[in-house]
Design a protein. Structure first.
Length: 304
C-alpha cells in the first residue's frame, strides 16, 4: 500500500528521528518532548483558528480564550521550569529558550487579554493580583527586572559598548570647559560641557553621537553624570590633553576645566551585569564600584 506522505516529509522525519536517537538519555527525552509538543501544536492549529475567528466577533468568547490561554501558559511554564532543573546542559539549554518564550507569551496575554466589560481599574487590579501571585511562586526564578527586555530594544549598539566600559572599567572622567570670567564683572560662561573619552575607550562606531548616547542612557536611568571628580585625578591628564578639550580652552579667555565624572546608577549596574557580562564574569568577576546618585535608594542604613 502506497503512502500519501510526500517523500520530502518522510525524509525530514527520518533525519529528525536519527538526530533524536543520537542524543543521550535525558537530553533525548527533553528533545523528543519539544518535537512532539510542536507536532501537537500543529494539529491543534485548525481547531484554534475556528475559536479565534469566533472571538473576533464575540467579546465574551475573546475574554474566555484569553483566560484559557493564560492558564495553559502558566501551567506549561511551571512544568517547564520543573523539568529543566538539573536536566543537564542540553535540557537546561532548552529551558533557557523555552522559559523566557513562555514568559513573553504570558506577558502578552496579560497585556492584551481584557475581560468583557472590564474597566481600567479592574484591569489594573487584575494585573496587580497576578504580580503578587508570581511573587509567591516558589518555582519562579525570575532574577532579572521585567524592564530589561524593553530597555535593550531602546539601546544602540554603541550605547551597549559604553555600558560595558562603565561596568568593567568603572566610572569615567569628564570635564566642562568654562571661561574664568572677571570677578565682580561677569559670570563664567560654559564653552563646552561633558567632554569625555568614551569614543576611543569604548570604541564606538559613531563618535559624533556620544552626547545623544549619554542623554539616552541617562533617560533610561542607567547612568548619571556627577558634578564631583573621580578620586584618581591622574585620569584627567589624558582627557585634558585631547584636541577637543584644548580647542575649547583656546576658544575663550582664561578658560578653565571643571572636572566631573560619569557613573552607572544601581539600576544600570545590575542591568549591565545581567545583560552584558559573560558567564565567567557573572560567576567570578568583581566589578568596580560606582557612586549612586544623591537621590538613589540604597540598601545601606541611613544614620540620623
Amino acid at each position: 500500500m502506497s503512502s500519501n506522505t510526500p517523500v520530502s516529509t518522510r525524509r525530514r522525519r527520518g533525519l529528525l528521528g536519527s538526530a533524536l536517537t543520537s542524543l543521550p538519555g535525558v537530553a533525548r527525552i527533553g528533545a523528543e518532548t519539544v518535537v512532539h509538543t510542536t507536532a501537537w501544536s500543529a494539529t491543534q492549529y485548525a481547531k484554534g483558528v475556528v475559536r479565534v475567528a469566533r472571538a473576533v466577533v464575540d467579546p465574551e468568547a475573546a475574554a474566555a480564550l484569553s483566560d484559557d490561554l493564560a492558564t495553559i501558559t502558566d501551567s506549561v511554564l511551571d512544568i517547564t521550569r520543573a523539568l529543566t532543573r538539573g536536566g543537564g546542559p542540553v535540557v537546561g539549554g532548552l529551558g533557557k529558550i523555552a522559559v523566557p518564550a513562555l514568559e513573553s507569551v504570558r506577558s502578552a496575554l496579560e497585556a492584551s487579554g481584557t475581560q468583557s466589560g472590564e474597566t481600567e481599574e479592574e484591569r489594573l487590579r487584575r494585573t496587580g493580583s497576578e504580580l503578587l501571585r508570581r511573587s509567591r511562586d516558589v518555582w519562579s526564578d525570575e532574577a532579572r527586572h521585567p524592564a530589561y527586555e524593553s530597555i535593550l530594544r531602546e539601546l544602540a549598539p554603541d550605547e551597549a559598548r559604553i555600558l560595558v566600559l562603565l561596568l568593567r572599567n568603572g566610572p569615567q572622567p569628564s570635564v566642562d570647559v568654562r571661561s574664568a570670567g572677571v570677578r565682580g564683572r561677569m559670570q563664567p560662561e560654559v564653552i563646552a560641557r561633558g567632554l569625555n573619552m568614551f569614543a576611543s575607550w569604548a570604541s564606538v562606531r559613531y563618535p559624533e553621537s556620544i552626547p545623544a548616547y549619554l542623554n539616552n542612557l541617562t533617560r533610561l536611568g542607567l547612568i548619571w553624570q556627577s558634578p564631583e571628580p573621580l578620586k584618581d585625578l591622574l585620569r584627567y591628564q589624558v582627557l585634558e590633553a585631547q584636541p577637543d578639550v584644548l580647542e575649547a580652552k583656546h576658544a575663550g579667555r582664561r578658560a578653565v576645566t571643571v572636572r566631573r565624572s560619569v557613573h552607572l546608577t544601581p539600576f544600570g549596574s545590575d542591568f549591565a551585569r545581567v545583560c552584558f557580562a559573560t558567564a565567567e564574569e557573572a560567576d567570578t568577576a568583581h566589578f568596580p564600584d560606582h557612586e549612586p546618585p544623591p537621590d538613589a535608594a540604597t540598601s545601606e542604613a541611613v544614620e540620623d
